[in-house]
Design a protein around this ligand. Structure first.
Ligand code: FMN
Length: 215
């Protein structure tokens, strides 16, 4: 066990949005999925299901799906829409579609509220995604967490034959970074850590939250 190495991997991981050619080997892919397998999950439900593709045609189609969403949103609001053009989504060695089986929520016997069950469900799958990303980063492979919005979901579902009973949550491309991006700014530990009780002097103003740099 070496905390320094772990912290180094955590601090080195980036959202990679420009990839170069180069294979993610089957062995690397298996290690990435193995890292996901060990993620903690609510009541150990392990609600994740991953659809893995290396198919160039499907990747091309994913790019088109995200591209038409981007164009549509830009047409609707050319001034304010600042969404990233997600060309990187389909330009990689491997793509993992992150799905979840929401029926596992039944196992949260002591959790009665729907919203609380949803928190457990999504947090569990997010843990698996994070572990995959760290495993990939430890092998110098880039990843990025890509949202699946309603506008793209139906087409992605059809392309990958995701059953209606599963939730389609995120897409994670994995590949070799063209260059490793610089670190995005992080809040200071003292800004979000509160000792014993919440320090309301640290509560951010709306204006600070809106101004927070995203890049
Ligand atoms: C839940 C979640 C959804 C995200 N969705 C997207 C996305 O749709 N497209 C994208 O390019 N990045 C997405 N990201 C990546 C974030 O923008 C990124 O993690 C953040 O800016 C910090 O940068 P870093 O990952 O390089 O440290 C998402 C991250 C998370 C955790």
């Amino acid at each position: 066990m070496d905390l320094n190495n772990l912290l180094k991997i955590i601090q080195t991981r980036r959202s990679v949005r420009v990839y170069k050619t180069g294979k993610v080997t089957d062995q690397q892919l298996e290690l990435i999925l193995e890292a996901a397998r060990w993620a903690p999950s609510g009541a150990n439900t392990q609600p994740w299901e991953f659809v893995v593709t290396r198919d160039r045609e499907k990747m091309k189609r994913i790019r088109q799906i995200y591209d038409s969403e981007w164009r549509q949103r830009k047409r609707e609001d050319p001034v304010h829409y600042k969404g990233l053009k997600k060309d990187y989504v389909g330009d990689v060695s491997v793509i993992i579609l992150v799905c979840g089986d929401a029926r596992t929520k039944q196992v949260y016997l002591t959790t009665r509220q729907t919203a609380d069950r949803e928190k457990l469900f999504q947090a569990s799958i997010a843990n698996a995604v994070q572990q995959m990303m760290l495993a990939a980063a430890s092998m110098n492979l880039g990843t990025v967490w890509v949202s699946v919005r309603e506008e793209v979901e139906a087409e992605l579902r059809e392309l990958f034959k995701v059953p209606a009973s599963l939730r389609l949550l995120w897409v994670v491309p994995i590949g070799h970074a063209r260059s490793w991006p610089p670190a995005k700014p992080r809040r200071k530990l003292s800004a979000f850590t509160h000792v014993e009780v919440y320090d309301s002097k640290k509560l951010r103003k709306e204006v600070d939250i809106r101004a927070w740099p995203k890049s």
